[in-house]
Every structure is written in C-alpha cells, then in structure tokens.
Design a protein around this ligand. Structure first.
Ligand SMILES: Nc1nc2c(ncn2[C@@H]2O[C@H](COP(=O)(O)OP(=O)(O)OP(=O)(O)O)[C@@H](O)[C@H]2O)c(=O)[nH]1
Ligand SMILES: [Zn+2]
Length: 183
C-alpha cells in the first residue's frame, strides 16, 4: 500500500522516531503507537504479540486512514540488551514485569510525550487510538491529545506468548480478552 515515512528529530527524549502515514488520514485519524520490538517485529518471535499487532495495525490504518507511530522504545524502554536479560529471567519462571524489577528497572519505562509531540507536528490533536494499554490512553490524554475512541487490537495468543499476555492483563490492566480467544 502507498505509505509515507516521516522521521522525527529533536523530540523530548532526543531519539529518532518514525511516523508512517498510511491511507488518507482525515481530521480524526486512526493512530497506533507501536513500541519497537526487534525480536517480534523483524524476526517473528512468538514470545510476544508485537509482530501480528504491527501487521494488524497497518491493515486497519490502511482502511481508515491514519498514522503508525513507530517508537524507538525497545523492551518497554529498557533496550534490547536488557530485554534479552529479562527473557532469560522469564525462562527461569519470572513474569515479564518481575523480570524487569529483578534487573533494577521499572515495569514499564515508556514515556509517550514524544508521540503527542509527533501528532501535534503532523497537525493532529484528536485521534482514534488502537491499543489495549491504559497507560497509553492516560499519558496521551495527559499530554492534551483528544481520544475520540479507543479500539482494542485483536488477540494474538499462542502457547509461547500466553503467560506474557496474561501478565499484561493481570499486572498492567491491558484490555485483552484472552479467555474469549479460547486460549
Ligand atoms: N521489558 C520487556 N519488554 C518486552 C517484553 N516483551 C516485549 N517487550 C516490549 O514491549 C513493547 C510492546 O509493549 P506491550 O506491553 O507488549 O504492549 P503495549 O504496546 O504496551 O500495548 P498495546 O498498545 O495494547 O499493544 C515492545 O517495546 C517490546 O519490545 C518483555 O518480556 N520484557
Ligand atoms: Zn514484542
């Protein structure tokens, strides 16, 4: 599908982030904040749901018109090296959040101020948001972005990511209807 890549510099965290404009965004575009996940997005790891969510978001935004904000927040902000350490701890039985804590990190270190800055510079102050994560909703609202609607993503569960998804529901209030998906 036709898409336009827009690269941002000089944002609050000084990192380079990307917006992908897909379809024809109207006044209230459909937006997905996608946090970088090299293992899931590029290599198709089944440990998480990032790859399928990325493709789902692109297809949905293509239909509605909007933006995929690809945020360089690997490992919920702790980076790839630390995420791989966290995976090792998960293999020893810790859940995804406890593993972060064991490494001396917060459960989730992502700050979505940069997403609000990117939207503003695209001329957007009201959106429909695709997410299950209440923290994205609260942070965007706190940054002054109006959320007309919040849509859940589909449930992309498999035997390898079930514990990871369950921990998101139980510990981080994600709106994922795991049981209805028959997992
Ligand atoms: N620290 C850590 N990060 C992880 C782990 N698994 C995936 N991630 C990262 O988590 C981020 C994706 O966030 P999720 O918590 O899966 O989902 P979300 O983006 O908060 O919520 P949705 O918008 O509903 O998808 C990506 O940056 C991944 O690299 C893990 O086990 N530990
Ligand atoms: Zn992932």
């Amino acid at each position: 599908m036709p898409a336009e890549l827009i690269s941002f510099h000089g944002l609050a965290d000084r990192r380079e982030h990307l917006a992908v404009r897909i379809g024809k965004p109207g006044r209230v575009p459909l937006v997905r904040l996608h946090s970088e996940c090299l293992t899931g997005d590029v290599f198709g790891s089944l440990r998480c749901d990032c790859g399928p969510q990325l493709h789902e978001a692109i297809a949905k935004i293509d239909r509605a018109g909007g933006y995929l904000l690809y945020l360089r927040q690997e490992g919920r902000g702790i980076g790839l090296y630390n995420k791989l350490d966290a995976y090792r701890l998960q293999d020893q039985g810790l859940d995804t959040f406890a593993a972060n804590r064991k490494l001396g990190r917060a459960d989730d270190e992502r700050d979505y101020t940069v997403a609000a800055q990117m939207l503003r510079s695209l001329g957007v102050d009201e959106i429909d948001l695709l997410t299950n994560n209440p923290d994205k909703v609260e942070q965007l609202r706190g940054a002054g972005i109006v959320l007309r609607s919040v849509f859940s993503t589909d449930v992309h569960s498999n035997p390898d990511n079930y514990r990871y998804l369950k921990a998101k529901v139980v510990e981080a209030r994600h709106a994922i209807e795991l049981e209805r998906a028959g997992s």
